[in-house]
Design a protein around this ligand. Sequence first.
Ligand code: PHE
Length: 336
Amino acid sequence: MDLIQLLNQFEADALAAIAAVRDAATLEAVRIEYLGARQGKLRDLQAELGKAGKEERPVLGKRFNEVKGRVSESMEQRKLALDRPTVVATGVDISLPGTSVRLGKRHPLTQTMDEFKEILGRFGFTVADGPEVEDERHNFEALNIPDDHPARDPLDNFYLATAEKAAGGPRLLRSQTSTVQIRVMENSSPPVRVISLGRVYRPDTIDQTHSCMFHQMEGLMVGESVTMSQLKTVLRLFAHAYLGHDVHIRFRPSFFPFTEPSVEVDMSWGEGGKSWLEIGGAGMVDPNVLAAVGYDPDRYTGFAFGMGIERFCMRRHRIPDIRLFYGSDLRFLRQF
Ligand code: PHE
């Protein structure tokens, strides 16, 4: 028999032997018999190969490697198959698919805030963060809200009794995200273009549209020639990006201690602008505020806006009650 035939024979025998194996120990015996390095059958064939003529050797060598590869591969496969657990006597079929895990999702308000950040990011606004427990300087004083202003009434704010004696004066849960304007301006020089999103707290009576904790987005842009028309443009572009092109925006004169002039911002969707929704306040940063953070009010101007986030999200998804956001009811949350 020539060597090619011997190799073919070896391959056929080895594969048959492997297929017939029923346990790991037998498989190991088969491995030693056929592929063993010291006295295996393949080793003997390799010795024969050494004696072959020069011209035959490349062909024989190729076939040898093929056979060796195929038998080793088959051995591996068989080993894996034998290692795999089989259905056991308990009747549990472990090859059945398991119970699927339900993945969590981002809260609808978080989704809304992420989208707001993305939209305003396109206009060059970066995101700033501030603490929810604030001092009176950042929540009121630097924002030009004087001591006797009704917004400072302890009954309209969540003052923290325990922090009263702490150094730096009384603390309260911030009632607006305008606090972050001050923090940003204290720590950087113009030009400034930031937004800040987060929770604010007011002792409101809770109903369908009011909660004593809700979310605001604050925007602030300060520079050497920032104007009110830029404010309107930014808000309009924002409204179009979030709500679509059939959105109208309008300013109504208003008053905030930290902006002058101040406006109330309304938006309306479709229906030829019939029903307006109040979405927040805005205005040109009051020179007193700029001075309070060490900016030169003769050199810089700025605009600021603040708006409720829940309202946008409720409008977009037709959510009828603000309390649904905070109830942790999975039947509600899973819809987003
Ligand atoms: N902070 C104001 C509020 O909570 C909104 C506002 C922000 C108004 C910035 C003007 C400028 O009602």
